[in-house]
Design a protein around this ligand. Structure first.
Ligand code: ZN
Ligand code: ZN
Ligand code: ZN
Length: 334
């Protein structure tokens, strides 16, 4: 029997139609090998000193031996440019328009071309998180920017045009609508219950464990209650905080462990599936919100939205999150 579920944060409606699919692991992907000898602009051989200015203060994370672990490059084809102009709003009655001011950076996640989150050391993932933290503090200083989207595309289907492990950042003069929905839902819930919505979700998931896939001292991860896509999951810090920037050293280590375990398991279960993850934080101009709780959304791209999804905004998912969690919890990674 299908079930229609609503996600409390995003307000997305999802039809969980398990009869439509086979077993969750039937979604295994075929590995697509990269062409050999293709030039990689993110590799060590290409200039490490490639301009990180003017919009970078901490260009890279370095290992104790002085070699770079992560670095930042301006995007060659930026969606938005950090021009020194104000984000002006031009409007008439019908069409609204903002100047395309902002930033678009490539965060190179490792010097090793063939590494993935599933094969990286925990120290390398810690360096990636530290790099994210640095970019949030940097962009917060630019009064024109109201939101920073940090995300990772892995695999061609998920939008990664280059194989070398990297994340991206887009700084915008607007708060994305999806975030606005989450902020509004969280604010409303807080008003009614005097409690953060994500703290409540976390408590529920840790108690009933139906969808829990990872837990350590400061981080928990679970398959979403109303996932748009099979294996869609949330990685959530246990301590209430509205922004990734406030993360401590211990929490970075715990988060790196969570990411390492989760991506190792996904890799083993589904054969290096294409995915996106995106970090949701409070808008840059309103840090320290009591009602908003930052998190990472992990979306596997094993099935693509089609006409119904595009047209209605309602998703059909053939894998119940409880089954996805069960499969992930069976995977042994050591
Ligand atoms: Zn490379
Ligand atoms: Zn919270
Ligand atoms: Zn979110």
């Amino acid at each position: 029997m299908s079930e229609i579920r609503k996600d409390p944060l995003s307000n997305d409606w999802v039809i969980i139609a398990s009869e439509r699919g086979g077993r969750p692991t039937d979604l295994k992907t075929e590995t697509t090998k990269e062409e050999k000898g293709k030039f990689c602009p993110f590799c060590d051989s290409s200039e490490v000193s490639e301009p990180v200015k003017p919009h970078s203060i901490c260009a890279a994370t370095f290992a104790p031996d002085g070699k770079w672990m992560t670095r930042i490059l301006p995007n060659k084809y930026p969606a938005l440019m950090p021009e020194p102009i104000l984000a002006q709003r031009e409007m008439d009655d019908l069409y609204h328009c903002l100047t395309g001011v902002g930033g678009h950076e490539i965060l190179v996640d490792s010097p090793k071309h063939d590494e993935t989150l599933a094969t990286m050391s925990k120290e390398q993932i810690e360096a990636i998180i530290t790099n994210y933290q640095c970019r949030y503090s940097y962009w917060r200083k630019d009064p024109r920017i109201t939101y920073l989207s940090v995300f990772k595309n892995h695999g061609k289907v998920a939008g990664a045009s280059l194989h070398h492990p990297h994340s991206q950042l887009v700084a915008t003069p607007l708060i994305p609508p999806r975030l606005t929905t989450e902020l509004n839902e969280s604010k409303e819930y807080f008003k009614l219950n005097n409690e953060c919505l994500m703290c409540k979700i976390l408590k529920t998931e840790l108690e009933n464990k139906h969808r829990l896939i990872f837990e350590n001292n400061s981080v928990a991860a679970f398959c979403s209650f109303a996932p748009r896509f099979p294996f869609e999951s949330l990685i959530v810090p246990k301590r209430h905080s509205a922004s990734l920037e406030e993360i401590t050293k211990e929490e970075i280590s715990d988060l790196a462990e969570a990411m390492s375990v989760i991506f190792k398991k996904l890799d083993k279960l589904l054969n290096d599936p294409p995915f996106n993850y995106l970090i949701h934080v409070a808008p840059l101009r309103t840090p320290g919100l009591l009602y908003y709780h930052w998190h990472i959304e992990v979306i596997l791209r094993l099935s693509q939205p089609a006409g119904f999804e595009w047209g209605s905004g309602v998703y059909i998912n053939s894998v119940p999150p409880e089954d996805a969690a069960l499969e992930l919890n069976k995977v042994k990674i050591r």
